[in-house]
Design a protein around this ligand. Structure first.
Ligand SMILES: Cc1cc2nc3c(=O)[nH]c(=O)nc-3n(C[C@H](O)[C@H](O)[C@H](O)COP(=O)(O)OP(=O)(O)OC[C@H]3O[C@@H](n4cnc5c(N)ncnc54)[C@H](O)[C@@H]3O)c2cc1C
Length: 382
């Protein structure tokens, strides 16, 4: 029950900052791999740009921890940044095999048993049901699910990654695509496997005799289990609300928010036309569920004077006549003209493509000392 409550996602700013205030970074480091562990449930807010990883790091460090004491926590925050940098550097090549070609061995679809949450592996089935119900899945369950799909059923990672992204409140194209590729072995030196013993340990289950109940040496050469052979093609379509054209004052700048940029503090004191832009062309390429759209719109309620517009940028009245257009840099929104404010990077100096997270982390380590502050204001914790 407690776990379920933590897996609900309030959208008001006070509750979000309260969640940050409750982080125990030491317990986090010790328990994060367990599905009942002390994880933060912050990803939907970080992914949507309501808060930045750097703000979270600064708020936790302000409690007096050293960066060494909470290194594990800081590393996990940095994984997202690492993947974002991969996207910035590779562009849309990120959506194809990054390092090793993994052409489909079985099918490029999704096992029906995964879509229907009936693989027979209790923890995974419950994880998928929870994903459908709440829009959240624990990191280990994401890894188990992806491993089952890519390395046991031997399906290609692309459509399954889109299926998971569709349902996640924290859907982040870089974290999602790169993590699926990491599990599938197209963005890592080897594929990730999990067996039943590992699942039992981290998910508090006690299953035996399943198709995953084998030694690790057996899993890579195993045939696809009958249960995973049937394929399905999930229907992934975004339903956007119908909205009127926004009312624009052509004498004021235009501030564009989007599904990855919902920071209520961003340029908050400036007189402007504020528009949350939900472009059908973006969601056609990267569909998300209705639950995700509702969540985005609920988070947008924190931004004063915001108008929601489901349409293309080019159709906004006076879009090209206003004195200036501002948004925040993001690879999915490069096409928005005007000024793109930088993101609140944890490590603004570490920009290059590194083939592994640890190469990136090594370069980032000298800058850990700078994390005690964020250029963005920290909201008061209520
Ligand atoms: C197959 C797969 C798909 C994934 N898809 C997404 C996705 O679409 N969006 C997304 O935000 N994360 C994704 N992740 C990463 C990770 O699972 C989630 O960020 C994490 O589970 C979020 O829960 P939390 O906030 O409670 O995490 P915590 O463990 O509390 O971590 C704190 C923060 O650190 C960051 N973080 C932690 N672990 C990771 C990680 N492995 N990769 C990147 N950032 C991390 C997140 O910002 C997270 O909010 C995926 C991982 C896998 C294996």
């Amino acid at each position: 029950m407690l776990l379920f409550l933590r897996m609900t996602f309030p959208t008001d700013t006070a509750s979000i900052w309260n969640r940050i205030d409750n982080i125990d970074p030491i317990a986090y480091g010790q328990t994060r791999n367990y599905i009942q562990g002390d994880v933060t449930y912050l990803s939907p807010y970080i992914s949507r740009g309501v808060i930045s990883p750097r703000q979270v790091a600064a708020a936790v460090l302000a409690k007096g921890y050293t960066t060494q004491q909470i290194q594990r926590f800081l590393q996990e925050l940095a994984w997202r940044e690492y993947f974002q940098r991969v996207w910035q550097q590779l562009g849309d090549d990120m959506f194809d095999d990054i390092r090793v070609n993994r052409t489909p061995l079985h099918s490029s679809q999704l096992p029906a048993a995964i879509a229907n949450a009936c693989t027979g592996i209790e923890a995974i089935d419950q994880g998928i049901e929870t994903l459908y119900r709440t829009g959240y899945m624990h990191n280990h369950l994401r890894m188990y699910t992806a491993s089952l799909v890519c390395n046991i059923a031997k399906d290609y990672w692309k459509l399954p990654s889109q299926w998971m992204y569709y349902h996640l409140l924290d859907g982040d194209l870089a974290s999602n695509t790169c993590s699926w590729q990491w599990v599938a072995g197209s963005f890592s030196s080897k594929k990730y496997y999990c067996n039943q013993e590992n699942i039992n340990k981290y998910c508090n289950t006690d299953q035996q005799g399943t198709f995953l109940d084998h030694d690790y040496s057996v899993l890579p050469s195993m045939d696809c289990p009958d249960l995973l052979k049937e394929s399905s093609r999930p229907s992934l379509h975004t339903v956007l609300p119908t909205t009127a054209l926004p009312t624009i004052d052509p004498s004021l700048p235009l501030h564009i928010f989007h599904n990855y940029h919902l920071d209520p503090q961003w340029r908050a004191d400036e007189p402007a036309n504020r528009v949350l832009l939900l472009e059908p062309s973006h969601f056609k390429q990267h569909p998300v569920s209705e639950k995700v759209i509702d969540f985005i719109i609920a988070l947008a309620a924190n931004i004063e004077g915001l108008q929601i517009y489901c349409g293309e940028f080019s159709d906004i009245p006076f879009a090209y006549q206003v004195p200036a257009v501002y948004t925040r840099e993001h690879p999915a929104y490069d096409h928005i003209p005007g000024i793109k404010d930088p993101r609140d990077w944890m490590f603004p100096e570490v920009k290059r493509f590194y083939p592994s997270f640890f190469g990136f982390w090594k370069k980032a380590t000298p800058y850990l000392k700078d994390l005690t502050s964020s250029p963005l204001q920290t909201a008061a914790v209520c």
